[in-house]
Design a binder for this molecule. Sequence first.
Ligand SMILES: C[S@@+](CC[C@H](N)C(=O)[O-])C[C@H]1O[C@@H](n2cnc3c(N)ncnc32)[C@H](O)[C@@H]1O
Length: 255
Amino acid sequence: MSIKTPKLTVVGAGPGDADLITIKAIKAIESADVILYDALINEELLNYASPNTEIIFVGKRKGCYAFQQEQINELIVNKANEKGHVVRLKGGDPFIFGRGAEEIDYVRPFGLETYVVPGISSISAVPAYQGIPLTKRHAAESFWVITGTTKNHQLSSDVHLAAKSTATVVILMGMSKLDEIVNVFSLENKQDAPVAIIQEGTTDNEKVGIATINKIKQVVEEKQLTSPAIIVIGDVVKERAVLSSLCENLREDLI
Ligand SMILES: C[S@@+](CC[C@H](N)C(=O)[O-])C[C@H]1O[C@@H](n2cnc3c(N)ncnc32)[C@H](O)[C@@H]1O
């Protein structure tokens, strides 16, 4: 039996729609000896794996982690030494709030070869499926992408800075901090700023709520919006209707 080189490929699985995967990601999945996958990936993608591939769920379900990060790190090293190629399949892009770089840092001293396959991130794909561009002439010249919840469970202080700007603000992992986010924008006199909250974007379960800062909590309650969701704040949200109809035509054309 040939000894395989222990290696890790950190792979972006895209935002949810199984077609939003790259060819390079499919090739990595096909060649994996072991796949460790997270909760936000579309499990259809696992069909690209060979029948001999060991597949392990290491994500969070119903609020509980199947594995702690330290255990995942160790598992990658052990499985690579035992079987060869470990693919770490992560939602969206693995280098955007995905801990992909941390896992690579951990395994390097153990002598594993390390690779990354970037993915289509939810930060732009999820708004795009709702027809929302993150930049548009006369609406936004730039955008911020911020985590709503930092390592110590606080709202990122960058939200305060972003609220002062004219940029589009995209907040991930922010649903539990919605009250605070609304307060921050209200203090900047942005009660009328348009907001979109998109839950499970690009999937069959996609739900969306559109309002202004001062009405968004009511919409969230009415529509029962919850995590995983992306919060987009800024004038680009007003561009939605025009783009959605375009997108829908496009989608119909593709079917
Ligand atoms: C740990 S971050 C991972 C982001 C990922 N690496 C990416 O590039 O999309 C998880 C957060 O991303 C957002 N997210 C990821 N996929 C999403 C989707 N399909 N719909 C809405 N939000 C999503 C949510 O805010 C979720 O809590």
